[in-house]
Design a protein around this ligand. Structure first.
Ligand code: SAH
Length: 385
């Protein structure tokens, strides 16, 4: 495949978001391939990594911090790694270009509204962050203005000006975050315009995305990843699928039309709520979601000798738990598909799974986050006993 290649970003060292910008894209892919082979190659065949033809502007979610320098000049961009100093960024090679333009526009119109950036030390000023989410399939755009104080002087005129410049904005939200530092979004939200959420289409299904909810940030590669995961599951209309660590239920719902029944298990109650709403919205009837620890769920399932033919597991970076894997091996479903975002914990878990009777038929790396050091893998496992 030929890949689009741009000059490295001039501020990649200062920003720290792209750990691999010193390498051309094909060399980044070779590096990721070698990493997966080194860590996981002894468990099964590592297939060639799937990269992006155009590995730029793939992020559908963009957040910028706002600050003022000593002379009171407004800045927007990212925190320099490990600090609270804002490195100005007007355009980023990874981020959606419209989102970047919206952020710059907001910064430029702020003075005419006498709007200041919030300073967490003095607790003065107003705007802390701007978060933009865009549904790549639907074109819908959400703008979240994160403010240090609730009172928004000139609110209506500000919204009118923003919408006039970007008619594709479908919702605007104010998130109030008066806390010291840390999280971008506050707990209190006010919908200033529109429905308070956007919708996107992934694998032919509609997903509702709110300011807080989790959604994969590279939708193009997510479809590639899910397709590989569903292929690896070898589903039939009779199969019962367990989607462990299911988030808002995207993989399980995409797989639901190929199998008999899907159970999704997820720890985060908000994600489970979104998953249930998503299933309803898409009129998917052969799926249910359980809120709880995937390990505990698996232990219980093994104790009851519950029916499950295929287990799809997509744990966070720390990997799965020993309890989960032990019970999985006791239950011994014929097929397991492990979707991993961290080859180190994947290697550890594959060791347990192979000791428990599984064999990795293939390991498929997918580049979900070009120019960063991350690499995602889909492992197709079969029970050999
Ligand atoms: N499969 C989803 C999400 C994967 S991210 C997708 O493709 O979008 C991993 C998910 O595991 C997160 O939603 C996280 O909340 C959840 N999680 C973390 N620890 C868990 C646990 N012990 N039990 C169940 N879910 C857990």
């Amino acid at each position: 495949m030929t890949y689009i290649q741009k000059e490295p970003c001039p501020i990649y060292k200062k920003c720290g978001g792209c750990q691999m910008q010193n390498l051309p894209y094909d060399r980044q892919l070779a590096h990721k391939q070698a990493t997966v082979r080194k860590l996981c190659g002894r468990f099964g065949k590592v297939l060639p990594i799937i990269g992006m033809e155009n590995p730029y502007h793939y992020r559908n979610k963009v957040s910028a911090a706002f600050a003022e320098d000593k002379r009171g000049k407004l800045l927007s961009g990212v925190y320099q790694s490990g600090t609270r100093r804002v490195v100005p960024v007007d355009s980023c090679q990874l981020e959606d270009e419209i989102a970047d333009r919206i952020i710059v526009f907001i910064r430029k119109i702020m003075p005419s509204f006498k709007m200041h950036a919030y300073d967490a030390n003095t607790r003065r000023g107003f705007l802390r962050h701007v978060l933009v989410k865009r549904g790549f399939s639907t074109g819908e755009i959400m703008v979240v203005l994160v403010t240090g104080t609730p009172v928004f002087p000139g609110k209506n005129a500000f919204i009118t000006e923003l919408r006039k410049a970007f008619p594709d904005i479908t919702t605007i939200i104010q998130s109030i975050n008066a806390g010291p530092t840390g999280l971008v979004l506050g707990k209190q939200e006010k919908v200033l315009y529109g429905k308070g959420y956007i919708t996107d289409i992934l694998c032919g299904l509609r997903f509702r995305i709110s300011a807080q909810s989790f959604y994969q940030i590279n939708p193009v590669q997510t479809e590639v990843l899910y397709q590989k995961a569903i292929e690896a599951a070898h589903l039939t209309p009779e199969s019962t699928l367990l989607d462990a660590y299911c988030g808002v239920g995207t993989i399980g719902m995409a797989a639901s039309k190929y199998c008999g029944f899907v159970t999704g298990v997820e720890l985060n109650p908000d994600a489970v709520k979104d998953a249930i709403a998503n299933a309803k919205e898409n009129q998917i009837k052969n799926v249910r979601f359980v809120c709880g620890d995937a390990g505990e769920f698996m232990v219980e399932l093994a104790r009851e000798r519950g029916k499950v033919d295929v287990v799809m597991m997509d744990p966070p970076r720390a990997g799965s738990s020993k309890a989960f894997i032990e019970s999985l091996c006791t239950l011994a479903p014929k097929r397991v598909v492990y979707v991993s975002c961290n080859p180190e914990t994947l290697a550890r878990d594959l060791k347990y799974l192979t000791e428990g009777g599984y064999e990795a038929e293939s390991i498929q790396p997918v580049d979900m986050f070009p120019h960063t050091a991350h690499v995602e893998c889909v492992v197709s496992l079969i029970y050999k006993g």
